[in-house]
Each structure stands twice: as structure tokens, then as C-alpha cells.
Design a protein around this ligand. Structure first.
Ligand SMILES: Cc1ncc(COP(=O)(O)O)c(C=O)c1O
Length: 433
């Protein structure tokens, strides 16, 4: 099945109706616990020798379908579905960085991730080294040392829509035995497959384009499965754990528990168990339902994105537009190389008026919701500096390049001409004397 097209896998991969009463839709297993049947089966379940539900805090079969589907969509080894994109990011970086590691990271990230890396993870002994010139592969290399546990970046950065040469960055990372973690939320695996560009781990906010309807919060982590974790740098992936014991009660390490995917083993066995963030069954179902139409939605949104950008570029009240489709974008070449279907349906523009006019403009929009989310059926707009990135202290905000007049647009499925007409009347109202 793995060789099939994305659109087929997004609907069918990872699900066998014959194992679920021939239900055409993956059922919502709305239960806290599962019948263990007998003590021998219990032992098999707890040792991972037999698959099956135990307790929904540590996994649920509806989420299991999502995990298998995503593993196949990405061409990875294993995945875990968690309760939000931030859980996916934090679990991954805390697990890799355990006990004094550092992360070399792009400095243009979604606000909460940027603050978690720049400040909160320090409380757990994990330091972040932000790369300032994010296009400069040599700067990533210069920040690596013997405690570096990951290079972290977004394949399409939010909200400045930067793209990076991940192939080149991964080459450098691998020279030092360091995995590359890519937040592929904005691109989705439909537009960009990080594993085909050297990445080793992907993290997602499935809340966004993957679900696509703005009705659930969800996260996914996928591990490719062929990264060699050095025994010294990643000592903890070689530590024998009773909780990972086999059927004969021999403790096993994460690297033995899921060969090739010790990160997913760690997240499944320790993080969801102790931090309690496995994705619920209803949220898993909604994510699966959204995923089925992802290619159709993105194809249409990419067309609308082009039209909106063209309209805004010719508007006298717009100072600039950031997206690889924008005129003169320095990311156009990379987009053509790495994003043949298109570089995403998220862009930002510089509003050419003061705060009062900006407020009037947002308030006058009827078909565009003022909203912090992205990747919805609805078109959404936000002034990132006062919303998604408002929690960042000034110096981190400056590093991330969040301008005061930046308006981020997440393109939805409304008619493009209706959206343009709506922008036009809102500009008129904002600038009328
Ligand atoms: C690029 C990116 N990654 C991660 C997140 C966090 O996702 P969640 O809100 O599902 O925790 C977001 C949320 O806006 C995001 O835009």
C-alpha cells in the first residue's frame, strides 16, 4: 500500500475494516479502558507482544489508525498521536534533550514553540541555540557541540513563510550524528515530505490543515526509522527499562522496544503514560475525517492564495507580501525545487496604516475571521504581533522578525472573488476619512 498516491493513502492506509466489524469508518472507541480477557493476554499487552487497547491515556485504537496512516503517508517507521501540536513538539524535544542536551533551532517559529524553546525548556535543563541567519547552513553547524540533540525548524515558517534548504541542513546534522526535527504543520506531507529531504523526525499540529475544519486540537510525531542514534550522545535511548520488558521479563531499551524508532517508543511508553497526552478517540476520528480531503482542500487553497497575493501586491495600502509566490520572493527558487505542488496556503502582508486603521480593517472584514488558528475551511486573519507572538519578550520577537504591521492570512475555501471583494471593502472603510 505504501507505494500508492497520497490521496489514496489519506483515505485508506492503516485501516482494515474486517478487524472492526466491517465498519467503513474507523470507529470512535469511546472508552477509558479495554477488557484484558485473561492474565496471559495482559502480559502480552504490557510487553508490546500483542497490539490492543489497555487504557486510553496510553493509546486508543482510533488514534492507532491515525498513527498507522501517518506512518505510511510519511514513509516512516512509527508514529504517535498526541493531544496537541505543542504536545508533539514539547514531548519530542524533551525526550531528545533529556538530561542536559541542547537544541539548535531556527529563530523563526510559531510563537508558543519559540517561547518554549527560548525560555520554558531551560527549566528542564534543555538549552536552545537560535540560528539568527536562518539561510546560512554554516551557522547551524557553528552552534553544534557534543551535547546537541537535535536541529529543529519549520518547513514553512509561521508567520513569515520562510523556506530552508533542509537537504543541506540535514547533511551537516548527520555529519555530527544529530537528528533533524521538522515541524511540517503548514506544509503537511501532501506538499512536502521532510523524510525525502533528510529529516529524521516530523512533528505536526494536526489542528491545522490536516484536520482542516477548525474543530479539534491534535498533534502527531513520526520517526523515519533509519537514523543511527549514537550510544554516547543518546545514552538514554540505550538505557534498559523495566517498563519496556519483554515476555520473559528482560528489561529493554527504547532502541530495542521499537528498533529504529526509540523516540516513538519513549513517547508511547513514558510520555503518554506519565504526562497523559495521548489523543482522544473523538479527536482522532475528526482528524482522520479531515485528512481524507486534504489534497483537494490544499489544491484549491493554493489557487486562491495566488489570486489573493496578486490582489494585495497591487493594493496601495499593502507594504509587502511574504510568500514564495510574492513578486521577488527570495524563496521562489527553493519553492520550485522542493514544493512542486505549491508552498502552502498561508501568507503574511504588511498593512500600510497605523494601529487604528489596522483595527478598523480587521473589524470590517465579513468573510475573513479574526482568529489565532490556521488551516481552516474559513479564511482567517491575525495580527501576529499582538496575538500568536504577543507572549514573546521583545528580543525573541525581534529575532523571529514579527513586524507590528504584519497580518497573517490563512486561506480558506470561500470563493476567491468574494474574499477579494471583502478585503477591498475593508480597506476602503479603514482608510476613509
Ligand atoms: C507551525 C505550528 N506548529 C505548532 C503549533 C501548535 O499546535 P497546537 O495549537 O495544536 O498545539 C502551531 C499552532 O498554531 C503552529 O502554527
Amino acid at each position: 500500500m505504501a507505494n500508492q498516491d497520497f490521496s489514496t493513502l489519506a483515505i485508506r492506509a492503516g485501516y482494515d475494516p474486517s478487524k472492526h466489524f466491517y465498519s467503513v469508518n474507523p470507529p470512535i472507541y469511546q472508552t477509558a479502558g479495554f477488557d484484558l480477557v485473561d492474565i496471559d493476554r495482559t502480559r502480552r499487552l504490557w510487553t508490546g507482544t500483542e497490539g490492543g487497547g489497555i487504557y486510553t491515556r496510553v493509546g486508543n485504537p482510533t488514534g492507532g489508525v491515525l498513527e498507522d496512516r501517518f506512518t505510511q503517508l510519511e514513509g516512516g517507521k512509527a508514529a504517535v498521536a498526541v493531544s496537541s501540536g505543542m504536545a508533539a513538539i514539547s514531548y519530542t524535544l524533551l525526550a531528545l534533550g533529556e538530561n542536559g542536551g541542547n537544541i539548535v533551532s531556527s529563530s523563526s517559529l510559531y510563537g508558543a514553540a519559540q517561547l518554549a524553546l527560548g525560555s520554558f525548556y531551560k527549566n528542564f535543563g534543555i538549552e536552545t541555540r537560535f540560528v539568527k541567519n536562518r539561510d546560512d547552513v554554516a551557522e547551524y553547524e557553528s552552534l553544534i557541540d557534543e551535547n546537541t540533540r537535535a536541529i529543529y525548524l519549520e518547513s514553512i515558517s509561521n508567520p513569515n513563510i520562510e523556506l530552508y534548504d533542509i537537504d543541506a541542513i540535514a547533511k551537516v546534522a548527520h555529519k555530527y550524528g544529530i537528528p533533524v526535527v521538522v515541524d511540517n504543520t503548514v506544509a503537511t506531507p501532501y506538499l512536502y515530505k521532510p523524510f525525502e529531504h533528510g529529516a529524521d523526525i516530523t512533528v505536526y499540529s494536526a489542528t491545522k490543515e490536516i484536520n482542516g475544519h477548525g474543530n479539534t486540537i491534535a498533534g502527531i510525531v513520526v520517526e523515519k526509522g533509519d537514523f543511527h542514534y549514537d550510544e554516547k550522545r543518546f545514552e538514554h535511548f540505550y538505557r534498559k527499562e523495566w517498563k519496556m520488558r519483554d515476555l520473559q521479563d528482560n528489561p529493554r531499551s527504547p532502541i530495542e522496544f521499537i528498533p529504529g524508532a526509540p523516540l516513538i517508543a519513549t513517547l508511547k511508553i513514558f510520555f503518554t503514560e506519565f504526562f497523559g497526552g495521548a489523543l482522544g478517540s473523538f479527536e482522532s476520528f475528526l482528524t482522520l475525517q479531515g485528512l481524507a480531503t486534504l489534497p483537494l482542500r490544499l489544491d484549491r487553497k493554493l489557487e486562491t492564495t495566488k489570486k489573493l497575493i496578486e490582489y494585495l501586491e497591487n493594493n496601495p495600502h499593502v507594504e509587502w507580501v511574504r510568500h514564495p509566490y510574492a513578486k521577488g520572493s527570495r524563496y521562489r527558487e527553493l519553492a520550485d525545487r522542493d514544493f512542486p505542488k505549491g508552498p502552502g496556503a498561508l501568507f503574511s502582508f504588511g498593512f500600510g496604516g497605523d494601529r487604528e486603521k489596522l483595527g478598523k480593517f480587521i473589524k470590517s472584514l465579513n468573510n475573513v475571521s479574526y482568529h489565532v488558528n490556521i488551516g481552516d475551511v474559513r479564511t482567517l486573519i491575525t495580527n501576529s504581533q499582538e496575538n500568536t507572538h504577543s507572549e514573546l519578550p521583545g528580543d525573541i520577537q525581534e529575532l523571529a522578525g514579527i513586524d507590528k504591521n504584519l497580518l497573517r492570512v490563512s486561506v480558506g475555501l470561500e470563493d476567491a472573488d468574494d474574499l477579494i471583494a471583502d478585503f477591498e471593502q475593508a480597506f476602503k472603510k479603514a482608510f476613509e476619512e
